[in-house]
Design a protein around this ligand. Structure first.
Ligand SMILES: Cc1cc2nc3c(=O)[nH]c(=O)nc-3n(C[C@H](O)[C@H](O)[C@H](O)COP(=O)(O)OP(=O)(O)OC[C@H]3O[C@@H](n4cnc5c(N)ncnc54)[C@H](O)[C@@H]3O)c2cc1C
Length: 381
């Protein structure tokens, strides 16, 4: 046997799995299609609790800490919420993912996609485009939204994807002064989704996403709405990427193959957040391999991630089908907004939020935040 484990994909899911397996003394090979560090379209908003899972320091790759969230409805009304303890940091995914990978005791082969695999009772043979074949006792599929491993293993057949588009925009001092200290969300401008502005060290990541499968016109909406906010995107590359949201419990293993992160469809259906569950499932996959229990992995993901994402899906249906009412009764209600830092920190769940919702709704009605009207759109330059 060449390796104990072969990991396909060096994003947060694959790099985390490789890290924990390497720490446990396993012989690990990571196969990555691109050359690392590689760009990944992503807002790059990551809860600090995710970083705290690792025993090493992430400060070299943190671009900004965020202390506020701004929610603007399409009619110009805006609510600003403080995020005590700055629970979310902003990263660029090329540097963030590479930072985890760099700490993993694993052999990495890059610039060569996996194209075929074959498994038998004792292991899995993995072949790359260049024609090399490697054998491992287990295979972890961490190859993202369009996972080839899932396809080749016959898993995730009924998957449905959201659509996103993102642009990295060079920002003047004026734009950074306007958008540099908060995660900004524009609600109600695209069906079943939102637009975002996430500040990085010296630029803004702006994008639009919808949890609907097809999204004609997403690019035009993004250009128009960002133009209104004073953000021009001419000259910067536009990148589209699918978003594999969690819709139902699925089998995530076949024999000695397990799927993690986006390959397993673990994106939060309300927020579009996926790095947290990529890292978590990467660690769960490592544990499953260490205990020779791939079937236990599927159960563990359902229990530890999927059960609550199903509650997230209920919240998403409510929120995106009734954005105006939810802006009035939810976003303006501090009792609801205060739940999210705790959600990011792993101190509450979507289910617990649902149980508290009637009380939060009632009490929060009397505490509703004023929504300042920003019909006169800002021009931060
Ligand atoms: C526009 C956008 C904005 C987002 N914003 C956020 C956000 O702010 N916060 C957040 O938490 N989540 C966000 N997400 C979700 C997040 O980006 C993903 O959930 C996360 O990247 C999943 O990590 P992963 O390791 O599973 O997959 P990926 O990060 O996609 O990594 C998969 C890796 O596999 C490699 N690969 C693919 N095919 C092969 C192959 N055949 N052989 C070898 N290697 C292969 C790829 O090159 C890639 O490096 C966003 C997503 C999008 C699209």
């Amino acid at each position: 046997m060449d390796y104990d484990v072969i990991v396909v994909g060096a994003g947060p899911a694959g790099a985390s799995a490789a890290y924990w397996l390497g720490e446990a003394g396993k012989r690990v090979l990571v196969l990555e299609k691109e050359r690392t560090p590689r760009y990944k379209p992503c807002g790059g908003g990551v809860p600090k609790a995710v970083l705290a899972r690792f025993p090493f320091d992430f400060s070299p790759v943190v671009e900004r800490e965020i202390g506020r969230a701004r929610f603007r409805f399409r009619d110009g009304r805006e609510v600003v919420a403080d995020l005590p303890g700055h629970p979310v940091v902003m990263v660029m995914r090329d540097r963030f993912d590479y930072h985890i990978l760099r700490h993993a005791r694993a052999e990495v082969r890059e610039g060569d996609p996996v194209v075929a695999l074959q498994q038998d009772e004792s292991g899995v043979d993995v072949t790359t485009k260049s024609g090399e074949t490697f054998r491992g006792r287990y295979l972890i599929g961490a190859d993202g939204a369009n996972s080839r491993v899932a396809r080749l293993a016959g898993l995730r057949r009924g998957k449905r994807m959201g659509s996103t588009i993102e642009v990295e925009v060079a920002a003047s001092d004026g734009l950074m002064a306007e958008y540099g200290d908060a995660a900004f969300f524009l609600l109600g401008a695209v069906p079943q989704g939102y637009l975002w502005i996430f500040p990085k060290a010296k630029h803004l990541s702006v994008g639009a996403g919808t949890f609907l499968g097809k999204a004609p016109g997403l690019r035009e909406v993004l250009r128009r709405e960002m133009g209104r906010l004073g953000i021009e995107m001419e000259g910067a590359p536009w990148r589209g990427h699918p978003l594999p949201v969690y819709l139902r419990h699925e089998v995530l293993h076949r024999g000695r193959i397990v799927l993690t992160g986006d390959a397993a469809g673990l994106v939060d259906p309300l927020l579009g957040e996926g790095v947290r569950h990529a890292v978590e499932s990467g660690q769960m996959a490592a544990e499953a391999v260490l205990t020779d229990d791939p079937a236990g992995y599927t159960r563990q993901v359902h229990r530890g991630i999927g059960n609550d994402l199903r509650w997230g899906l209920r919240w998403a249906r409510l929120f995106y089908n009734h954005p105006w009412i939810c802006f009035e009764l939810g976003v303006r209600n501090p009792r609801f907004l205060e739940e999210f830092p705790r959600l990011f920190a792993g101190q509450t769940t979507y289910r617990a939020m649902a149980l508290r919702a009637p009380l939060n709704l009632l009490i929060g009605l009397w505490q509703r935040r004023p929504a300042t009207s920003n019909k006169q759109q800002s021009n931060g330059r």
